[in-house]
Design a binder for this molecule. Structure first.
Ligand SMILES: NC(=O)c1ccc[n+]([C@@H]2O[C@H](COP(=O)([O-])OP(=O)(O)OC[C@H]3O[C@@H](n4cnc5c(N)ncnc54)[C@H](OP(=O)(O)O)[C@@H]3O)[C@@H](O)[C@H]2O)c1
Length: 328
């Protein structure tokens, strides 16, 4: 089979499309012919050696995807050859070979059925971002209708967070540097959209909130903007730290947490157990179905175009960037 092999850590330039051996299913695994895979920024971090995982090299990146089962382990129940399935949370693309390949070995506990009515493209990149958004929104316990601010709102996790927060009845503030994407986020249900590059954004937001402040931030960006977020938080406000696309926070005064008793908590979708991930996924599907919402696809690249797909991801997508591996 053909796969994109990461031959050494250092960066995405070490990825090469090559022939490699096909996986064989262990007792609790299946082998899938991949149909679509999805890109995530964590693939780049892993290639750059910035991620804790150190899989054996050469490694195949890619955590998400949808495919058709072609081989099945002896202990696997509930699936048969020919079934289509998507991958939810697990070692695929992290500790074991991932989905940027014609075939992928998947532990059966990481399989989920295609949600009714979703296209294969909608299925391909949904699970990681929705599970992440779900953890970010719910990890602090029940949240009454609140003001939820999503940074990097146009990205994979951002769109998922905006959709779920709107569906949960929150007032949603969505950040994007692009006027066109802010328009799309408003159409998706965001109550307020903000350009974080506008140095006056805090004043503008507080005026629009008319006396309210932000109760929860889903924080995908980090960098210098992180400290600015604290200025618009409400008493007891919480920040779910998901990502750091703008790099480390250059300066942070811990005293800024004191007077409004702000709390900061990390999010790790990979920390869900298989059972927790399945429960969270079911909750997400129920909410999306109730609101007739679907995953948003930014773009689809052919299998040979993985480098171009990563360029698109780095440029700032609107939803998920996919790789078409096989015939739908
Ligand atoms: N903790 C976890 O379990 C977990 C799980 C999944 C992802 N993540 C992390 O969460 C972050 C977001 O992931 P994603 O999949 O949503 O990413 P994404 O699809 O690449 O999108 C992120 C969005 O952020 C904005 N952005 C990108 N670079 C930026 C920069 N330097 N400064 C300001 N804004 C920037 C862009 O929006 P605009 O161009 O519209 O501004 C972009 O559309 C990443 O760091 C990822 O590694 C963590």
């Amino acid at each position: 089979m053909e796969a994109w092999l990461l031959e050494k850590l250092g960066g995405l330039e070490n990825l090469h499309l090559m022939e490699t051996h096909e996986p064989t299913a262990g007792a609790n695994d299946v082998v899938m012919d991949m149909i679509y895979s999805a890109l995530n920024p964590a693939d780049r971090y892993l290639a750059e050696g910035q991620y804790p995982a150190r899989p054996p090299l050469p490694h195949i990146l890619g955590r998400d995807g949808v495919g058709r089962i072609t081989a099945i382990g002896g202990s696997v129940r509930g699936w048969k050859v020919g079934d289509r399935a998507l991958i939810i949370r697990g070692p695929v693309g992290v500790d074991q070979a991932g989905t940027f390949a014609q075939k992928t070995l998947v532990p059966a506990e990481c399989l989920a059925a295609l949600p009714t009515g979703w296209t294969e493209q909608e299925c391909a990149g949904a699970s990681l971002v929705y599970l992440t958004a779900w953890q970010a929104l719910t990890q602090w316990g029940d949240l009454p209708p609140s003001v939820v601010l999503v940074t990097g709102a146009s990205g994979g996790v951002g769109v998922a967070s905006v959709q779920l927060a709107c569906a949960l009845g929150h007032t949603v503030v969505a950040f994007s540097r692009s006027a066109e994407k802010r328009e799309r986020l408003s159409e998706m249900g965001a109550n307020i959209t903000i350009d974080p590059a506008n140095t006056q954004w805090r004043k503008k937001l507080l005026k629009l909130l008319a006396g309210k402040r932000v109760d929860l931030v889903v924080e995908n960006i980090g960098g210098a903007q992180f400290s600015e977020l604290l200025d618009v938080m409400a008493m007891g406000g919480k920040i779910s730290v998901v990502g750091r696309l703008a790099g480390p926070v250059p300066q942070f005064n811990t005293a800024s947490l004191l007077f409004r008793r702000l709390r900061i908590g990390g999010v790790a979708a990979g920390s869900f157990t298989a059972a927790e991930a399945r429960a969270a996924w079911q909750a997400v599907l129920t909410i999306l179905a109730r609101h007739d919402d679907r995953p948003k696809i930014d773009s689809v690249f052919n299998f040979e175009q993985l480098p171009q797909a990563f360029e698109r991801l780095a440029a700032g997508p609107m939803g998920k960037v996919l790789l078409k591996i096989g015939r739908p």
